[in-house]
Design a protein around this ligand. Structure first.
Ligand code: SF4
Ligand code: SF4
Length: 442
């Protein structure tokens, strides 16, 4: 059974080179404060937060500066003690300009967080805990930045039996989650306990790829006696950390089209998110900093850094010795699903798991005709036909795109990665999905 467990995985997927050796053994270090922080009001899926401060106002580290606007929305806090310099449009990692609160740091501001007396307590009712997590601005730290409280609120008539923590970190280069599990296993486990309590889950699982044996060992050592938590080693494969792939790997169950993990009585959260929830209960600290992997062939001194949210990416790279002249592209997140940046003045936001400097650009000019090799079908973890969907997207055949389940695509880019004809399949999936969303109801 143990031997079988070690090789658990989902069906399909790809094996990009891991490139994790530069940072996987580097302990997390604190990034010093810089002069100015840019806090976009939209750092999560859902409605942007609403500012509750004015320019000129003094703010403390951890103070609320923007409150959630509705249920699918999340708060924003100042990462530093200082003064609100402006509320204005600033470049955002998505490539657009977005409204942001700019905080100028006090020159000698401390990174120590003062424990708050009004921190949430464990004996609160589940609804109060969910509200506290929303007020703390905690969102999924794996990259998607889905507000955590939304997933933890179990709707009437539904129940959760299993809570899974995603510790796969299957994107090349990234090691932030790996280091969090290896260095802070108790916080990860404490966060999982709280997630289980609030959702009513009977059992907890932590899925970790086998290329992180130290993280697996540390987590196993720290599981409290009698806690129904299992660390599940998983095969190394991309996109193992995608929710549906993770559920397939651990439970051999498929989340049906249009359904959510909740429909299988499962909730999934990232390991870094669990640690952030544990910190909230321990000290009252909202989400004001996150672990970021800085790596890639273009970075002089790769690192795992605890970065205050809002720090400009340029400052993070300078802290790591700057970029080598061979750098062609800087990507926020991993190279498979991350966003390439044209402006390094964008801030680190809650979903920024990595700052990766690459010495090559994704091939865009040498596209060849499809040779019907079927590799994209074998790669797709959602069992879609990317080749067919790409043709339908180009022809704008909206009804056919819908019928062939394009909305199940979660843009993992596995199909693009394997395509020998360099067809920009994931980009065409995005076009197809946008067409269905815009015109699908006609
Ligand atoms: S079609 Fe979508 S889900 Fe399937 S491999 Fe391509 S990007 Fe991933
Ligand atoms: S991998 Fe590329 S060439 Fe092969 S079938 Fe898919 S689209 Fe065509």
């Amino acid at each position: 059974m143990a031997a079988l467990r070690r090789t658990l995985t989902f069906r399909h997927g790809v094996h990009p080179d891991e490139h994790k050796e530069a940072t996987c053994r580097l302990p997390i270090q604190r990034m010093p404060f810089v002069d100015e922080y840019v806090l976009p009001l939209s750092q999560h899926i859902g409605r942007p937060a609403k500012p509750v401060v004015r320019p000129g106002q003094r703010v403390q580290r951890g103070e609320l500066i923007a409150e959630p606007d509705g249920f699918v929305s999340s708060a924003v806090h100042s990462p530093v003690t200082g003064t609100v310099a402006a509320i204005e449009m600033r470049p955002h990692p998505t490539g657009r300009k977005m409204e942001a609160i700019v905080v100028r740091a006090d020159p000698f501001a401390s990174q120590r967080f003062v424990r708050r007396s009004d921190r949430p307590r464990e004996d609160m009712e589940p609804d109060e805990i969910v509200a506290a997590i929303q007020r703390a601005g905690i969102v999924g730290l794996g990259g998607a930045a889905f507000p955590s409280h939304v997933k933890l609120k179990v709707p009437p008539g539904k129940r959760v039996r299993f809570a899974i923590l995603n510790g796969c970190e299957c994107e090349p280069y990234l090691t932030a989650d790996h280091r969090t599990m290896a260095e802070r296993p108790r916080a990860v486990l404490r966060g999982l306990e709280l997630i289980m309590k609030v959702t009513g889950a009977e059992r907890g699982y932590i899925g970790v790829e086998v290329n992180k044996p130290d993280a697996i060992a540390r987590l196993r050592e720290e599981i409290p006696d009698g806690m129904p938590i299992t660390v599940v080693p998983l095969a190394v494969k991309y996109p193992q950390g995608a929710e549906k792939a993770l559920i397939d790997a651990i439970f051999h169950k498929e989340v049906p089209t249009g359904k959510l993990p909740l429909d299988l009585e499962i909730v999934v959260q990232n390991v870094g998110t669990a640690a952030a929830i544990a910190d909230l209960f321990a000290t009252g600290q909202p989400l004001i900093e996150r672990v970021v992997t800085v790596s890639g062939p273009g970075v002089r001194r790769p690192a795992n850094l605890l970065v205050p949210i809002g720090t400009p990416v340029r400052a993070v790279l300078e802290h790591c010795g700057g970029l080598l002249p061979s750098t062609r592209q800087v990507v926020l997140g991993g190279p498979m699903m991350g966003h390439a940046q044209k402006d390094l003045d964008v801030p680190v936001v809650k979903g920024t798991s990595g700052v990766i400097a690459l010495d090559r650009l994704a091939p865009v000019t040498d596209e060849q005709p499809c040779i019907r090799c079927g590799r994209c079908l074998e790669a797709c973890p959602m069992f879609l036909n990317p080749s067919l969907l790409a043709t339908l997207a180009r022809a704008e055949r909206v009804a056919d795109l819908k019928e062939h389940h394009i909305l199940d695509c979660y843009e993992c880019a596995s199909c693009s990665f394997v395509c020998p004809s360099h067809i920009p399949l994931v980009q065409l999936m995005r076009v197809g999905k946008a067409l269905v969303r815009e015109r699908g109801s006609n």
